[in-house]
Design a protein around this ligand. Sequence first.
Ligand SMILES: NC(=O)c1ccc[n+]([C@@H]2O[C@H](COP(=O)([O-])OP(=O)(O)OC[C@H]3O[C@@H](n4cnc5c(N)ncnc54)[C@H](OP(=O)(O)O)[C@@H]3O)[C@@H](O)[C@H]2O)c1
Length: 284
Amino acid sequence: MRILIFGRVGQLGSALSELLLDAHDLVFLDQPEIDLAKIDTIESHIIKNQPDLVINAAAYTAVDKAESEPDLAQLINASAPSQMAMSCDELHIPFIHFSTDYVFDGRSNHPYTENANVNPEGVYGKTKLAGEQAVAAACRRHVILRTSWLYSHVANNFLKTMLRLAEDKRPLRVVNDQFGSPTFAWDLGSATVAVVDAIESGREDIYGLYHAANSGVTSWCGFAERIFRIHGDIVDLSGIPTSEYPTPAPRPAYSVLSCDRLRDVLDFSMPSWEDALSRCLARL
Ligand SMILES: NC(=O)c1ccc[n+]([C@@H]2O[C@H](COP(=O)([O-])OP(=O)(O)OC[C@H]3O[C@@H](n4cnc5c(N)ncnc54)[C@H](OP(=O)(O)O)[C@@H]3O)[C@@H](O)[C@H]2O)c1
């Protein structure tokens, strides 16, 4: 298939460029060729490239900065995917989009299913939810994959920050009362390949919303501890409550995603976060 992908240089875009390359004709669009804040340029790019499928791997992902740039976050996370979805629907092209565990307020104590009530508390989560809703309303053949705590060996993320801080050899205090599932961008990429394969095979029963996160649960401190253990870093690490690490944007205290629908409909099971972390660190 000829696949148009918005965003190659981010974590997910990097994974998709590797995982889809052999089997498909890929076209990537990045800045400066396209600025997703300029909504009215999106449709002409889609028409010009004549794709069989469009994937949006781009997003405004600066969770704290979004609190002071709500209009830009809304443009990139909601208005741009809305336009992509409308154009895809008009052109009868399926559309794959990504969202986040931050659409939840974190007050649950059991994994969120796709049907669970959403209630984002920060600007980033609100704009991502607006994007989900606009995509679902505009494009009949859409797939939205919600993921959580995304990291990889490329681009900026929690894993890279921890490895950098470990080099300082100073005591490190990391939040231990937020629980979720760290997700290796390459595993989210593999889940996306399963969606692409299903679309290519002509299945019409796969459209809609899915959760796609590595399985298992930990805290940010537990994630850091495992990173240092596998990587062989000796770090004086201690856990602290969220109240001792205030951030501009609130984070859900619990954002574990149930991925049963992905397994049941697409026959794709997400590996455990511990296994994923080992594979990621092996690529550094
Ligand atoms: N990171 C996480 O922890 C996390 C968690 C849950 C869900 N998600 C979701 O997962 C998806 C992938 O996230 P990611 O971590 O791979 O993102 P990322 O590494 O931050 O990459 C974001 C991508 O969006 C592009 N982009 C941003 N602003 C743009 C603009 N104005 N015009 C064109 N391109 C623009 C970036 O390109 P430039 O670098 O050129 O700006 C980059 O390619 C997103 O939908 C995100 O919301 C992420």
